[in-house]
Design a protein around this ligand. Structure first.
Ligand code: ZN
Length: 201
């Protein structure tokens, strides 16, 4: 009981600490000039100017029909809708890996040009430097990701963060989330055969 209280108090302190260290500013999204191009069941997708859906889908190299729940759905006819279906299917696969199923989830994914663009958006929200190629902004339920560096594992990692934050009323500590998201990334890379040979065996 005492232990539980202590843990509970500690988690409040941690949340307060994170909120102090990363005070997110609020901005409305999508920005002007980046119109919503595609609406999936689980994601609204926007692409920065100059990035097309085919480029993104090719980089992901993920057949949306591979997921059992998508196998009977042949309604995608345009490149944009194929990308939306691909991301819906990836969402279901990440849910399966985590065994966390939230069928009422809906978030956003914004594909930007490169790491510099991701860094710029991060700086706008948090006023800090950022060297990663993607991040999930919990406050607005949106994933920002560099198209230039895009991989299936990287996007799966961010989708895992989105699912975890949506599923749990009080999201688990950052380290726990990273372990789970890292496991999703590892699983997707293993399945796609993109792990270094020594790990893939
Ligand atoms: Zn992460």
């Amino acid at each position: 009981m005492y232990k539980y209280k202590l843990i509970k108090n500690l988690s409040f302190v941690m949340i307060a600490f994170v909120a102090l260290v990363f005070p997110a500013k609020t901005f409305s999204w999508p920005r002007e000039g980046s119109p919503e191009i595609s609406q999936g069941k689980y994601f609204s997708i926007t692409l920065d100017k100059g990035i097309d859906a085919v480029y993104v889908a090719e980089k992901l190299n993920y057949d949306y029909l591979l997921h059992p729940e998508s196998a009977l759905d042949l309604t995608a006819t345009t490149h944009d809708s194929i990308l939306a279906k691909t991301l819906d299917s990836l969402y279901l696969e990440v849910s399966d890996i985590l065994d966390l199923h939230s069928y009422n989830y809906h978030g956003s994914i914004h594909f930007v040009k490169d790491q510099a663009a991701v860094r710029k958006i991060f700086a706008k929200y948090f006023g800090k430097e950022f060297s990663e190629r993607s991040f999930f902004l919990q406050e607005e339920n949106i994933i920002f990701i560099s198209s230039e560096d895009l991989t299936l594992g990287m996007l799966g990692h961010e989708i895992a963060h989105a699912i975890i934050c949506h599923y749990f009323v009080a999201p688990p500590p950052t380290k726990t989330q990273e372990v789970l998201a890292g496991y999703v990334e590892y699983s997707l890379r293993k399945k796609a055969g993109s792990l270094p040979v020594i790990i893939n065996q």
